[in-house]
Design a protein around this ligand. Structure first.
Ligand code: MG
Length: 367
């Protein structure tokens, strides 16, 4: 099979809650998402999506994703989309780094591989574990009482895991953690995600002040070493996210006992091929994972569901249904949350069909 062409679509995804706010006053109202269509000489077409969390979360931005795709895609014409390791090696040969640029292309090629094999992507990623996968709800940064109300409301919709956006003023964050934990039941999980927002002295104040609370601490500070320092001075379970962006980072973190859980985002690693490699390594190392992406619509949610559903259940700390955070559906067939859980499609490939009325005309194509 050969790749015969690419089309790129751009779509704005407004947030249901109006905006999404996290550490240090960062906020997004509308997400800028990019959908890639890969055409082949076998009449099979695949779709992928990439959607950075604005330009100030990771070193990634929406226009950069598109600029990179315009650079790489022409060089993949004639290549076999079903030979994913070889395709990824080619992408790395024609562009060094910039993993998020390659993510949607890789995702679209997994969609093609699944359609060619007549199997859902989760089967090809390792197999379907259990009936469904558990989701967390991200709780946008607001005053403590409002966050507690939001947690209670999402809990009533079925969620049992909540990721609080902290990383603001430490006194406020301590209040946020206590107020939200007080509306939860013992089996529920609460994660305080600072998204790199605290300096070390602020992180130490927070972890000391909530030492008696059943809460996980996620990515308190900017660098790996800063996080490691906090990790070594707290007994609270610890998640690393932003600094875990490569196989090397996972191996270093495992050897330093720097975390109990890692967050693997598909585009942070460069697509499903590399996220699978990272996922499989974590399983071998005994490290549980949050499996997700930076943000996204229906296509990314479908890709996340296949990665999460093909992960041994005990290793899946949590996952995300981004399509329920935004007001616009860009594809049918994507997972729909039921009681705080979702399952991967049983259809071949990712199991989605893009809605071209919503996507509009392509903004770029090749050849
Ligand atoms: Mg995080």
């Amino acid at each position: 099979m050969k790749i015969t062409g690419f089309k790129v679509y751009q779509v704005a995804l407004p947030l249901l809650e109006g905006n999404y706010s996290w550490s240090q006053g960062k906020s997004v109202d509308v997400f800028d998402s990019t959908v890639v269509q890969v055409d082949t000489d076998a009449t099979l077409t695949g779709f992928g999506e990439v959607c950075p969390l604005g330009p100030i979360y990771l070193p990634a931005y929406a226009a950069g994703a598109r600029a990179g795709i315009y650079e790489i895609a022409p060089q993949l014409l004639g290549d076999d989309p079903t030979q994913l390791q070889a395709l990824n090696a080619k992408m790395d040969r024609v562009m060094k780094g910039h993993p998020y640029v390659k993510s949607a292309i890789d995702m679209a090629c997994w969609d093609i591989l699944g359609k060619a094999a007549q199997m859902p992507v989760c089967h090809l990623l390792g197999g379907r574990y259990g009936e469904d996968v558990i989701l967390y709800r991200a709780i946008s940064q607001r005053p403590a009482e409002e966050m507690a109300r939001n947690v209670a409301e999402y809990r009533s919709e079925g969620y049992r895991r909540f990721q609080l956006k902290v990383g603001g003023n430490p006194n406020d964050d301590i209040e946020r953690i206590r107020a939200t934990r007080s509306v939860l039941e013992p089996g529920d999980k609460l994660i305080a995600d600072a998204n790199t927002g605290w300096l070390m002295h602020e992180a130490m104040r927070v972890v000391n002040a909530v030492r008696d609370v059943d809460v996980y601490i996620e990515q308190p500070c900017t660098t790996y070493e800063q996080c490691l320092s906090i990790r070594r001075n707290t007994n609270l379970p610890f998640v690393l996210d932003e600094v875990i962006d490569s196989i090397d980072a996972i191996l270093k973190g495992a050897s330093d006992h720097a975390m109990d859980v890692v967050n693997i985002k598909i585009s942070k690693f460069g697509g499903l091929t590399k996220a699978k490699q990272a996922r499989d390594l974590c399983v071998s190392l005994g490290i549980a994972m949050t499996l997700e992406d930076s943000w996204g619509g229906d296509i990314i949610t479908a890709a996340i569901s296949h990665l999460a559903h093909s992960t041994p259940t005990e290793f899946l700390f949590t996952s995300t249904d981004f399509n329920s955070y935004v007001t616009k559906s860009i594809a049918s067939g994507a997972p729909q949350r039921i009681n705080g859980r979702m399952s991967a499609s049983t259809e071949p490939g990712l199991g989605i069909s893009p809605d071209f009325d919503i996507l509009g005309d392509p903004i770029w194509s090749c050849p």
